[in-house]
Write a protein that binds this ligand. Structure first.
Ligand SMILES: [Zn+2]
Ligand SMILES: [Zn+2]
Length: 281
């Protein structure tokens, strides 16, 4: 199995790779720019060279990037979804330049315009995105959400609906987040429950669409529709659910990435990775 954690790019994009090495990651997830600003400082040649060299020397791969939290391509406001689309295009291009194969995005929130309108806008904007990109090598991954507020993407049906409408099928996929699916009401703790949930996912979305799994326990209870990450085995999901994931042979090539809280010394990542690897039978 391939294990990793989200790492900070503070100090430069190459720093995320070095932090990954320090934490004992096989692979990492990272932002490609500041996650809470629209602005993106252009990547210089030295940023790119340093980044690719860090991957070479550490042996740590970069499985995926994650988009800024500001992006909402489901927004009913023209100004906001146009701004979001432009920002998303920049992020796709930055991932291309950095040779990062995937970019995880939250599908978006309909903010009162309704589920159908929101989903339609997401699919339409993804098609517009791919039309605007030239020589794109990056796969856009829709992340399953907890379904808080008007956030879309909390059901496998919604994810499948969007994918069905996307024309460029080679560059669209899914990222499942254990905390989010649990909060959205998909049981994963008992082996039987896990089996049923994965069967459902395979039938509705298709396991071949699954490119990344976010491994997070949940501070909030099953079906709460709240998105609060907890350390592995310390939350409402519990250790047994993670045993199901790490021993599922179908997921051998799907990077499993932590997004759990951590301090600068990355001690929590080191511990959580030890816990996950210890569950492999
Ligand atoms: Zn996310
Ligand atoms: Zn996540």
């Amino acid at each position: 199995m391939i294990f990793g954690a989200h790492q900070s790019i503070a100090g430069g994009v190459f720093k995320a790779v070095e932090r990954g090495k320090q934490a004992g990651c096989d692979t990492i997830q990272m932002f490609n720019k500041s996650s809470n600003q629209w602005r993106a400082k252009p990547l210089g040649t030295s940023d790119i060279d340093q980044f690719l060299a860090a991957i070479d020397t550490t042996g740590v791969t970069v499985a995926t990037s994650h988009t800024s939290y500001l992006i909402n391509i489901a927004s009913p406001e023209d100004a906001l979804y146009e701004k979001s689309l432009a920002a998303l295009k920049v992020e796709m291009e930055r991932c291309g330049v950095l040779e990062i194969p995937n970019l995880v995005m939250h599908p978006g929130a309909h903010v009162g315009s309704g589920e159908e309108a929101g989903l339609g806008r997401i699919a339409e904007n993804i098609n517009r995105l791919f039309d605007q990109l030239e020589g794109n090598s990056v796969t856009l991954l829709l992340e399953s959400t907890a379904g808080q507020g008007s956030v879309l993407g909390s059901s496998f049906e919604q994810l499948a609906w969007i994918i069905e409408k996307v024309e460029d099928k080679d560059h669209i996929g899914v990222c499942l987040d254990t905390c989010h699916i649990f909060a959205a009401g998909y049981a994963i703790t008992e082996p039987k429950e896990y089996g049923a949930t994965m069967k459902k996912f395979n039938e509705i979305v298709g396991l071949e669409q699954l490119k990344i799994i976010h491994m997070n326990d949940s501070k909030k209870e099953f079906g709460s529709r709240k998105d609060r990450h907890e350390h592995i085995g310390k939350g409402e999901i519990g250790l047994e659910a993670f045993r199901n994931f790490v021993n599922d042979k179908r997921l051998e090539n799907v990077p499993m990435i932590l997004e759990t809280p951590k301090a600068e010394d990355l001690a929590e990542d080191i511990e959580n990775l030890k816990v996950l690897r210890g569950l492999v039978e």
